[in-house]
Design a protein around this ligand. Structure first.
Ligand code: XLS
Ligand code: CA
Ligand code: CA
Length: 438
């Protein structure tokens, strides 16, 4: 059965085209900075929002009424959803998708049945991957929807729940490996607390570290070659999530000797919720050599919750691409559209418009960032700004050849420093001149 009737494979038609169902900037074969756009982005569709999103919110039930959601039983619905998903991925022309275990297969009446559902659906998924050439960017386990995870998964005060979560991750990692998944993600939606009155903070940190250690051991045991990724988010559903932001995770990984085993999956909207910019989170992860993948979306600065919108703001795309290009790409990672339609966007074609718009925004961001980097305009400015540390007293500071006493002597001889302009507005105007070029 064809679910997206009347929609053909989306093609690149360029900026002059007025066909809304075409790419204006994303040309998968166009080479930029030595790689095709397809290789730069490794775009992925998020199964949960795109295929399972219903339009429901806190005040109203689902209103999308998708044709693949009608079936005799949950397994039949799961199979239809999978068919619709691969039709969508193919027509959109993305090379990857991402899922939670419970997105592709329904939970059964007990753990064994849930696992059997998952393994059955994995077989069908494998066939569709083979038939279409579409690959799995990452898999993950849903350790937050079922009421058993009310008080957390790995950080739960009850080891029974820890064991359940561990068993679920074991199976999710097995199927991710089975499907050739290139990464495995940990997002701890309920790994946090509501109140410290009932929480042993250090105990929960230790537990989480044990959980991650076991995941690393299991990865090695089964020979899974993908990258393990942790995704920061400060809050929602918990009041305080332990994986608050990139800096918190890096500190956690260092404290528990897990630094080399994990990279970070940075989501734009989670940066906003943490009071940071997307560029800040990418920069912090990248500076530590731990930027592994991106959940490409955007939040709303006026709403304090996780709106998961499709990113269309070109500035955000440019700033993100500057970081990604500078670190030479994302390796096994990619750009996953962890984004959902607004409740009012009820047409099936809206799914295409949303993804096309964001793919184009990132493609334009890539073209602009590449020009900025090639012209070295920001690099030269920054290099000059820190050049004092390349010689004289500055170099001695960096080389550990000088101490407070020597520096005091130096200040007594040299007096007041001269303030040099940071030229922020000048630099912002320069970014705009590049935006005007495309
Ligand atoms: C929720 C998270 C989630 C992870 C995967 O806010 O973004 O979707 O990406 O579990
Ligand atoms: Ca995410
Ligand atoms: Ca989110």
């Amino acid at each position: 059965m064809e679910y997206f009737k009347g929609i053909e494979k989306i093609k690149f038609e360029g900026n002059d085209s007025d066909n809304p169902l075409s790419f204006k900037y994303y040309d998968e074969n166009k080479v930029v900075a030595g790689k095709t756009m397809k290789e730069h982005f490794r775009f992925a569709v998020a199964y949960w929002h795109t295929m399972k999103g219903s339009g429901a919110d806190m005040f109203g039930w689902g209103n999308y009424n998708r044709p693949w959601e009608k079936g005799k039983n949950p397994m039949e619905i799961a199979e239809k959803t999978l068919d619709a998903a691969f039709e969508f991925f193919t027509k959109l022309g993305v090379p990857y998708y991402c899922f939670h275990d419970r997105d592709i297969a329904p939970e059964g009446s007990n753990f064994a049945e849930s696992c059997s559902n998952l393994h059955k659906m994995t077989e069908k998924t494998k066939q569709l991957q083979k038939a279409t050439g579409i690959k799995l960017l990452w898999g993950t386990a849903n350790l937050f929807s079922n009421p058993r995870f009310t008080h957390g998964a790995g950080s739960n005060p009850d080891p029974h729940v820890f064991a359940y979560a561990a068993s679920q991750v074991k199976n999710a990692m097995d199927v991710t490996k089975e499907l050739g998944g290139e990464n495995y993600v940990f997002w701890g939606g309920r790994e946090g607390y509501e109140t410290l009155l009932n929480t042993n903070y250090s105990q929960e940190q230790e537990q989480l570290a044990r959980f991650f250690e076991m995941a690393v051991d299991y990865k090695k045991k089964i020979g899974f070659k993908g990258t393990l990724l942790i995704e920061p988010k400060p809050k929602e559903p918990t009041k305080h999530q332990y994986d608050f932001d990139a800096a918190s995770i890096l500190n956690f990984l260092r404290a528990f000797d897990l630094f080399d085993d994990f990279k970070l999956n940075i989501e734009a909207n989670h940066a906003t919720l943490a009071g940071h910019t997307f560029q800040h989170e990418l920069t912090v992860a990248s500076a530590a050599g731990r930027l592994g993948s991106i959940d490409a979306n955007t939040g709303d600065t006026l709403l304090g919750w996780d709106t998961d919108q499709f990113l269309t703001n070109i500035y955000d795309a440019v700033y993100a691409m500057l970081v990604v290009l500078k670190q030479g790409g994302l390796g096994s990672g990619g750009f996953n559209f962890d984004a959902k339609l607004r409740r009012g966007s009820t047409d099936l074609s809206d799914l295409f418009h949303a993804h096309i718009g964001s793919m184009d925004a990132f493609a334009k961001g890539l073209l602009i960032a590449d020009e900025i980097i090639k012209d070295k305009i920001l690099d030269n400015f920054i290099e000059e700004r820190y050049s004092g540390y390349k010689h004289g007293t500055g170099l001695k500071i960096m080389n550990r050849e000088i101490d407070f006493i020597e520096l005091e002597k130096w200040i007594l001889q040299n007096n007041e420093p001269i303030i040099k302009s940071g030229k922020q507005e000048y630099l912002e105007n320069i970014i705009n001149t590049y935006l005007r070029k495309f």
